[in-house]
Design a protein around this ligand. Structure first.
Ligand SMILES: NC(=O)c1ccc[n+]([C@@H]2O[C@H](COP(=O)([O-])OP(=O)(O)OC[C@H]3O[C@@H](n4cnc5c(N)ncnc54)[C@H](O)[C@@H]3O)[C@@H](O)[C@H]2O)c1
Length: 298
């Protein structure tokens, strides 16, 4: 495969995915409907590259090359025509993703593979919005992308072996560890993680213990590097809610029903780190940085 990548969505995940490809020498076209988010993404990538330099794992010259590998766009039409691979990392919303995939199917070259970073939406359903379902695949990176090794590679019902093999090998070339997964709600990572986060929020809602107490139990008792409530803040409470809803509807099983406190917090705009407040207060940027640093220390 050639090295022309398009990343759609420049939020929490999109900036990390763009960073990772660019640092591995791919040409990245980063697209977002909001120019401010593109600007913020480049600043975040630059700051994260500085952290890697500070650890002695990158030179200033490599940083400059990485940033030069990224071009930003607000219009898909300009970004997609020469793409070899498109990784969609826009907001977790089914209708939005179906619309984006129908659009990129029209605009992208015939051989281009269309991947989605969705946390929970059916790859098979997304693929059905295109005329090339055999070239549609899930490429589920973990947050923060430049640090976390895992990529769940999700095969939709029609994903071809050729597409799977290409993406599996490409993930290795990014320094990641790909894992093969079939297409069922939540895949593996979120099917196991989200019920735990939901239960932690329900435990808080029931008044069993406070935020820091719940997180401390899981950190010191289960050796988790971050408590579930802080992790939920880091993932984004809106993203957690969207994933739980997909699993709740997909399995028709009440064990995945989002707890009312999570629903309320999202409705109130308390989405975690990205909105400045969730279970913890991140209004002073130092606190938000502290959360990121917990991952980056590893
Ligand atoms: N946050 C996580 O920890 C995490 C982990 C793994 C996967 N994911 C998945 O990654 C995807 C993105 O999540 P996120 O947390 O980065 O969300 P986010 O809200 O931080 O960013 C989403 C971005 O998509 C942009 N966008 C919306 N519509 C668009 C369009 N039509 N074209 C281009 N850009 C558009 C938004 O402006 C925003 O900048 C979701 O599918 C999510 O489920 C998230």
């Amino acid at each position: 495969m050639n090295k022309n990548i398009v990343v759609i969505g420049a939020g929490t995940m999109g900036n990390g995915i763009a960073h990772t490809f660019a640092q591995s020498g791919f040409s990245v076209n980063l697209v977002d409907v909001k120019p401010d988010n593109l600007e913020k993404a480049i600043k975040t990538i630059s700051a994260n590259l500085d952290r890697i330099i500070a650890k002695g794992n990158l030179t200033e010259d490599e940083k400059a090359k990485t940033l030069a590998n990224i071009i930003t766009h607000t219009d898909l039409k300009n970004a997609v025509p020469n793409a070899d691979l498109i990784v969609e990392a826009a907001t977790e919303n089914l209708d939005l993703k179906l619309k984006i995939f129908a659009q990129i199917d029209e605009l992208a070259p015939e051989n281009c593979i269309l991947a989605t970073n969705t946390s929970s939406i059916s790859i098979t359903q997304i693929a059905a919005a295109t005329q090339r379902p055999e070239k549609v695949i899930g490429m589920h990176f973990m947050n923060p992308v430049p640090i976390m090794k895992l990529v769940e590679i999700i095969k939709g019902y029609s994903t071809s072996k050729e597409t799977f093999d290409t993406i599996f090998e490409m993930s290795k070339s990014l320094g990641k560890v790909p894992v093969e997964v079939n297409d069922y709600p939540g895949f593996v990572a979120n099917r196991i993680l989200m019920p735990m986060i939901n239960e932690a929020i329900e435990t808080l809602y029931n008044g069993v213990a406070g935020v820091e107490e719940i997180d401390t139990v899981m950190k010191l008792g289960m050796a988790h590097p971050m408590g579930p409530l802080q992790l939920a803040d880091f993932i984004g409470l809106d993203v957690c809610l969207a994933i739980l809803n997909v699993m709740y509807e997909g399995f028709k099983n009440p064990k995945y029903a989002p707890t009312p406190l999570l629903v309320n917090m999202v409705m109130a705009g308390k989405k975690g780190v990205k909105s400045g407040e969730g279970f913890y207060d991140y209004s002073q940027s130092k606190k938000a940085e502290k959360v990121s640093a917990m991952f980056l220390k590893k």
